[in-house]
Design a binder for this molecule. Sequence first.
Ligand code: GLY
Length: 355
Amino acid sequence: MGGGIIGLSTAWRLSQRGMRVAVADARIMAGEASMAAAGMLAPGGEAHGDSPWARHTVEARATYPDFVSELKGASGLEIDFRECGALDVASNDEAWAELAARRAIQERLGIRVREVGEAEGRELIPLLRPGSFRALYYPDDAIVDPCQVNAALEVALKRVGVTLLIHEPVSAIEPDGDGYAIRVDDASGCRVLLRAGSVVLAAGAWSNEITLPGRVASHLPAPRRTMPVRGHLVEREGTPGALLPIAREDHLYVFQRNRGTLLTGSNEERVGFDRTPNPAVVEQILDRTDRLLPGLFAPRAENSSWVGFRPGIEGEGPELRRLPEERIWLAYGHYRNGILLAPRTAAYLAGEIAE
Ligand code: GLY
């Protein structure tokens, strides 16, 4: 359930193990967070504490080149994947203290990071604003184009005969003999979409809207609650090669794809599923980008922006586990790291389900 990058990559791995798989989504495949995401594969920017999940992000980053090359082979499509590194800039003592504290934890996680002086920083990113700064360089942070990953997954799935069901708003997973009936509730009424022996619930921020079998409630812990955490991204066309590493400053990130597209983001807002972009937030992102990399996103009229709903979750790390005594696996709440963690999540689920 859920045709985002988690559902699609899991379906791919399951089909490789000889299982018959269908993916259902309320809208289109990869039409939500998986499409809206920037595609940073950046434990250096995202791992702030020592936790099993932070460690998974580091391992996931290490396996990404193999995932991309296997997927390119399976789909015949190009995927823009850049092992470009990232520069985290601090222009005052407080920001530097924060980076230094984070660095100490990150080094324990095995994340490679080193301090660079101003001269090297400007060599890495000549567009950096004038004035003094201190900076950390993360050589292993990378970026991928999530839309290309999703497109390649769709092609790979179609080639191996996985059924892709779109515009099917699944409302409930109900016990049915040895397996489950997947129920859809839409304008034409309530009906059984399909029957399945095993189910993966990977509907991102919408996962709690799908009713689980009533007997699940007798087993603790209860499935954790997910909630949308909205982010804005701003994009424009640029000259390829203008910005090589990711540039970061205090949760702002700016980077460039191979074909030249520049991206900057991103804030966090808890405003439910409100799809209307907030022009004030876009201006704020652009003001901050302009302070870091003057002129890169000018003139502003040429920029485009969009919002996405990260699958936020209560507690730390995604909900990734089998429900006791059921053949239902929860796989949601990847929050800021869904693109990075998808291949690893898929491999884990396929191993468990095909066992
Ligand atoms: N991983 C970056 C973001 O969620 O904005």
